[in-house]
Design a protein around this ligand. Structure first.
Ligand SMILES: Nc1nc2c(c(=O)[nH]1)N[C@H]1C(S)=C(S)[C@@H](COP(=O)(O)OP(=O)(O)OC[C@H]3O[C@@H](n4cnc5c(=O)[nH]c(N)nc54)[C@H](O)[C@@H]3O)O[C@H]1N2
Ligand SMILES: Nc1nc2c(c(=O)[nH]1)N[C@H]1C(S)=C(S)[C@@H](COP(=O)(O)OP(=O)(O)OC[C@H]3O[C@@H](n4cnc5c(=O)[nH]c(N)nc54)[C@H](O)[C@@H]3O)O[C@H]1N2
Ligand code: SF4
Ligand SMILES: [Mo]
Length: 794
């Protein structure tokens, strides 16, 4: 289907009128942005409470006004902590999105080739029967490994009953947002994505905040308040970014870095701190593996026995004890470990991890880093000094391009070491290392699992064995994909390879409210309702920012759509498995809230309803802070500075590594521009590209390019260009801007193919992974931003 965006909207509008639906679709888009006052409540008006589900990291809570059955106003709901009572333009614009023309109105069946986008409407009965028959056949004949459920991050419903009851494979968060966290987790353990950083409300106690590639004023924009609170309280906020991003504009200092070289910057900071003695000896000895001993013969850490026993209790690491002048197990009481020095133990030469680090750092001087990062030497020196000497400091990073490169792991490891050296990684008010994105750092509570008989087990696709990227290249049993959302566009780099793979599958199903790019590759498409619509009164539950949020139905499902809960239930019905599925979302939520966790005490469906659907957990008033007891979730319970499993990769201690593609000198001759993506304040990944209210402010996709690069290519704002490399190409308009660093071009991620003049931005993105990443807890990161292209006028 190669409809232009406008003709697509026209066609779909005609479609919706034919179905007798002429509500706010037209009215809303004609009357946007008018001054308004909230009219007095009318008789046929009700208030409904919900929260925003897309993955923007803010999770705002909404109070919605429904008039005559139509959602007409969305306002912020009140949190117990009123600093969180917020909403942005995207939230307000949900009215335009929910009633948008790109809603899928009926189940669809593909009639053209995969990717062509030709469909005919079918009934729910036909669609569900066909899917269930195929799934049953596959599972019976080829096992649960043959069916894979992929789910977009913006989808609240987990489909966990389908995966568990049918025993199929699931994959959530595949190789995304884990580039840096992967090695941070290796160093300190901890929660998924390793967000060790203290809650952002703790920033007000910080003296220095260093932000690497994190544009939170757009991407967790409801935290802007805490950014400015910290600044007003005297924190020095330093933003390291190749581009003059919104957050850099509001910071105390912007350091412009060459893309993909943050690891060199952090390595130089480590050297400055070591050379100037700005490290905290007591903290290092108490909380890190810095006194452990590295053997000269095999670079392994010295342990009590050589028998290969991994268990730390049975076979502890050894340290040099000053009291006895001999080696002792690191966890023995009464010892005084030495931080620095070389020793000989039973004929084997050993050196402490700290001394090994010091020696290894000799190569990473400030002048070396200045060449690589293209940052002045004195700026690097001052940055290290600010971080180490001004008091509690935060090292914060984002999950944007900095994370989406082949060398992101080195950033996480170097960051952990910087935190350990300066006493800023656990146990410090106002000091921490990690990401503040998405409010992962907040008080939490453990919800219960819905009880299912033990024979029902889903399979989790192991990302260290079969990363999502490899599904397309390596032999594997997957024959069918159920795509909830838009994963086929979003969760893979190099779309052409994805297309080739999809063409080999027996069944592709997409479940989404909107006609996104993935829909066109699907054999059967099921129209999900949006997160505002349901057959049931209560919809879902979330724990976020130390609160429990409950959502209720705002409106009835539009068109023939069904809620995800209902789709899953009916599909399981066709498979004869629905007796185990909860009867209503309310039953499911009640079971989850039935938990022993003291943080959930007094929080029930009833009390939530009484409190406008939002309650603070039973937790202390102060911000949540990570590892305040300095007991880390690693085998040694210490900050593990030396990573033995990466000895053969020369990464036992962090060593400089170039990105996969963007620093490749020979490829740069052919494709001299670094193609980077970022997240826009006006959109959420691939969502809100179908919202006219937002279109009127931001317009369509534009490739941003620095005027210097544009001049070389004879380009002016508004010209159409082809962006290409050996993988493929796409066409868009260009916009000249000095905001983008020369040598880079940028397009916000997420645009659907139909928004582009031709192609998809994923046609050019880098599908290669870094081999050593297979050994990391979440497997290789997808290096979307590690991509070179050339641009030419067409
Ligand atoms: N090239 C490139 N690719 C990227 C990135 C990049 O920077 N560059 N960023 C990556 C990152 S960080 C992330 S997190 C991912 C995000 O990518 P995804 O995880 O795919 O997230 P979204 O694009 O938000 O997709 C959400 C989908 O769910 C649908 N949806 C919304 N509500 C419902 C509902 O109630 N039910 C159902 N069934 N569907 C619903 C929406 O219509 C939309 O299609 O993208 C990654 N992809
Ligand atoms: N409005 C909105 N909010 C979102 C999202 C969204 O799509 N829309 N997505 C959410 C999700 S899932 C994610 S993962 C986050 C992502 O949000 P962020 O983590 O903030 O990531 P980006 O906006 O992609 O990029 C942040 C900055 O990194 C800079 N950068 C690029 N390359 C480098 C580099 O090599 N080094 C350094 N130091 N900086 C670099 C870019 O110029 C950009 O300013 O946002 C979340 N919040
Ligand atoms: S998109 Fe906007 S309204 Fe929705 S959660 Fe994010 S900041 Fe809040
Ligand atoms: Mo993300």
């Amino acid at each position: 289907m190669n409809l232009s965006r406008r003709s697509f909207i026209k066609t779909s509008l005609a479609g919706s009128a034919a179905l007798g639906f002429t509500g706010p679709v037209v009215a809303a888009s004609q009357k946007w942005f008018q001054p308004t006052t909230v009219a007095k409540a009318k008789a046929n008006e009700v208030t409904k409470f919900t929260y925003h589900t897309p993955n923007c990291g803010c999770r705002c809570a909404f109070k919605c006004t429904v008039r005559d059955g139509k959602m007409s106003i969305i306002q912020p709901n009140n949190w117990t902590d009123n600093r969180f009572s917020t909403i942005c333009l995207k939230g307000i614009s949900e009215i335009d999105r929910v009633y948008s023309a790109s809603r899928i109105k009926t189940p669809l069946k593909r009639v053209g080739e995969r990717g062509e986008g030709k469909f005919v409407p079918i009934s729910w009965e036909e669609a569900l029967t066909e899917i269930a028959t195929k799934l049953k056949e596959l599972v019976d004949q080829q096992g649960g490994e043959s069916v894979l459920l992929l789910r977009s991050s913006g989808v609240e419903h987990t489909y966990e009953f389908l995966t568990k009851l049918l025993g199929i494979t699931k994959l959530f968060w595949p190789g995304i947002d884990i580039g840096i966290a992967n090695t941070l987790i290796e160093s300190i353990g901890g929660r998924y994505y390793g967000p060790t950083q203290n809650q952002i409300t703790d920033w007000v106690y910080s003296s220095t905040i260093v932000m690497l590639g994190h544009n939170i004023l757009e991407t967790t924009m409801m935290d802007s308040k805490f950014f400015f609170d910290a600044k007003e309280a005297g924190a020095k906020i330093i933003v390291v970014d190749p581009n003059y991003c919104t957050t850099a504009q509001k910071a105390d200092q912007w350091i412009q870095i060459k893309p993909g070289t943050d690891n060199a910057l952090l390595l130089a900071m480590i050297s400055v701190i070591l050379d100037n003695g700005w490290y905290d000896v007591d903290y290092l000895l108490k909380n890190s593996t810095s006194p452990f001993l590295v053997r000269e013969d095999n670079e392994q850490l010295l342990r009590l026995n050589d028998n290969g026993e991994e268990d730390v209790e049975k076979n502890p690491y050894l340290v040099w004890d000053e009291n006895s002048n001999s080696v002792k197990p690191f966890n023995e009481s009464g010892i005084k470990p030495k931080l620095e020095g070389s020793f000989t133990v039973d004929g084997v030469k050993v050196k402490t991890v700290f001394s090994t680090l010091r020696d290894n750092q000799q190569q990473y001087t400030v002048s070396w880093a200045a060449d690589i990062t293209e940052i002045d030497e004195d700026i690097i020196f001052e940055l290290a000094k600010d971080f180490a000497t001004r008091g509690p400091a935060v090292l914060d990073w984002g999950y944007g391009p900095i994370d989406k490169m082949g060398n992101a792991d080195v950033v996480g490891h170097a960051g952990a070491i910087l935190g350990a050296l300066t006493g800023n990684i656990g146990g410090r008010i106002g000091g921490s290392v990690g990401s503040t994105s998405h409010h992962f750092a907040a008080w939490e509570a453990a919800l219960s699992e819905y009880p299912l008989p033990p024979q029902f087990q889903e399979i989790e696709l192991d990302q260290t064995v079969m990363p999502i990227s490899d599904l397309r290249f390596k032999d594997n049993p997957v024959r069918a994909v159920i795509n909830v959302g838009n994963t086929l566009q979003q969760h893979f780099a190099n779309l052409h390879k994805t297309e080739e793979w999809l063409n080999t599958l027996d069944l592709v199903v997409t479940i989404d409210p909107f006609h996104n790019t993935s829909v066109n590759y699907s054999d059967i498409v099921l129209p999900a309702s949006t997160a505002f619509e349901s057959e049931y009164e209560i919809m879902n539950l979330q724990i976020n920012r130390s609160h429990v949020l409950l959502s209720e139905r705002v409106i009835e499902p539009l068109f023939e759509s069904k809620s995800d809960f209902q789709i899953e239930k009916e599909l399981l019905g066709k498979l004869g498995l629905d007796e185990y599925h909860p009867q209503t979302p309310e039953d499911w939520i009640a079971a989850r809230l039935d938990s022993d966790d003291p943080h959930l005490k007094g929080i029930t469906l009833e009390t939530l309803k009484e409190n406008d659907f939002i309650m603070r957990l039973n937790v202390p008033d102060e911000p949540w802070r990570q590892f305040m007891d300095n007991k880390y979730e690693t085998p040694t319970q210490k900050i593990e500075m030396y990573h033995e499993k990466f000895i053969e990769d020369n990464q036992a201690l962090p060593n400089f590594d170039e990105a996969l593609e963007i620093h490749d000198e020979s490829l740069l001759k052919k494709y001299p521009l670094h193609f980077t993506q970022a997240h826009s304040r006006y959109r959420l990944h691939s969502q809100f590209f179908n919202v006219e209210w937002l279109d009127q402010i931001t317009g369509g996709p534009t490739l941003e390019i620095n005027p210097l690069d544009a001049k070389d290519r004879n380009l002016n704002t508004g010209d159409v260009v082809e962006v290409f490399n050996d993988r493929g190409s796409f066409k868009v308009e260009v916009k000249l801007t000095e905001y983008i660093r020369p040598g880079q071009v940028r397009l916000y991620e997420g645009w659907w193919t139909e928004n582009m003049i031709e192609g998809n931005l994923q046609n050019v993105t880098n599908e290669n992974v870094t081999k050593r990443h297979y050994k990391l807890v979440h497997g290789p990161v997808i290096a979307y931003a590690d991509t070179l292209v050339e641009v030419k006028k067409v």
